[in-house]
Write a protein that binds this ligand. Structure first.
Ligand SMILES: [Zn+2]
Ligand SMILES: [Zn+2]
Length: 303
């Protein structure tokens, strides 16, 4: 089969690769669609999370089950399925606390096990039984369904911020995830959504989505006041820093209003300094919750 194979750091080749053999009590998936995640770029450029080379990345997957070993799961040949990234053990402390996405013994599709940048991929019994795999509704195409992984991550991020009707929302970073956040926040009834990015071109593209205000600023210090003006200086109820920039993380906290939730959504490359300093009094007296969310659970993906 053909696959996009990561043969080494910064060395990805579309080439012949041996067809997968069907795992015991597992299945073979014919991949129809697989999204490229910004984390894939981290894996390609820095080798983050990749256990060994060659590796086949890709965790935003939609395809069809074309072969199944034994009926040990709820799936059948011909099923259209979408997959997300993390296969949890369901036994460790995070798993038992409904944090399957943070499993201590996680198997990650597209890094620790083969991903979807290939024509076919093996689905282990563990993946079929415990993994983030869901049937695709009839009205969705494979391309649409492959976006469910990213949407699951956004839903996890919204849950952390207790998103509900009437909230004011600031999003820093008009990349794909930031744009998705606009629409999900809107669906959840956000009262006002302000999108901020230092790249005016990217911000322009994000106008296809339904934010109320688009703020472009080259100076990371100046956007805070500009954004606060949009909510009468009261601060936002939910702030999503959908970027990988510690300076933006620092500013995102200053956008928080009383009782706000700040989600530092982007990871920082493993060789970069990820320290962020902020005023503890600002957070304390406003009862602000600063945190982050990573990946998604099977339920986030299903939603
Ligand atoms: Zn991803
Ligand atoms: Zn676990």
């Amino acid at each position: 089969m053909l696959a996009a194979v990561l043969d080494n750091i910064k060395e990805i080749n579309v080439r012949e690769f041996q067809n997968p053999t069907i795992p015991t009590s597992g299945a073979i998936l014919k991949v129809h669609s697989c999204g490229i995640c910004s984390s894939d770029l981290k894996f390609i450029n820095h080798g983050d999370r990749v256990k060994e080379f060659p590796a086949i990345l890709g965790h935003e997957i939609a395809g069809e089950i074309i072969e199944i070993d034994k009926n040990t799961s709820d799936f059948n040949v011909g099923d259209r399925v979408a997959l997300a990234a993390e296969i949890p053990c369901k036994k460790c402390r995070p798993c038992l606390n409904d944090l399957e996405n943070l499993c201590d013994n996680v198997l990650s599709i597209g890094t620790t096990i083969q991903g979807g940048f290939s024509e076919f991929m093996p689905l282990s019994k563990d993946l079929l039984v415990r993994g983030p795999i869901n049937l695709i509704p009839q009205n969705l195409t494979y391309n649409q369904a492959s976006l469910a992984e990213t949407l699951g991550c956004v839903i996890n991020a919204m849950d952390f911020c207790r998103m509900k009707s009437g909230k004011t929302v600031a999003i820093i970073g008009a990349g794909y995830m930031g744009c998705l956040m606009i629409n999900v926040a809107r669906l959840l009834g956000a009262k006002k959504i302000v999108m901020i990015d230092k790249d005016a071109k990217r911000l322009k593209r994000a106008e296809a989505f339904s934010a109320d205000i688009y703020l472009s600023t080259k100076d990371l210090n100046s956007f805070v006041q500009l954004a606060l003006n949009e909510v009468d200086n009261e601060g936002f109820d939910a702030v999503f820093a959908a970027c990988s920039n510690t300076e933006a993380f620092k500013q995102s906290i200053l956008l928080g209003g009383k009782g706000a939730y700040i989600n530092l959504f982007g990871g920082i490359n493993k060789n970069e300094n990820d320290l962020v300093s902020f005023s503890s009094n600002f957070v304390h007296y406003r009862q602000i919750t600063v945190g982050g969310t990573f990946s998604s659970t099977k339920n986030n993906h299903k939603t």
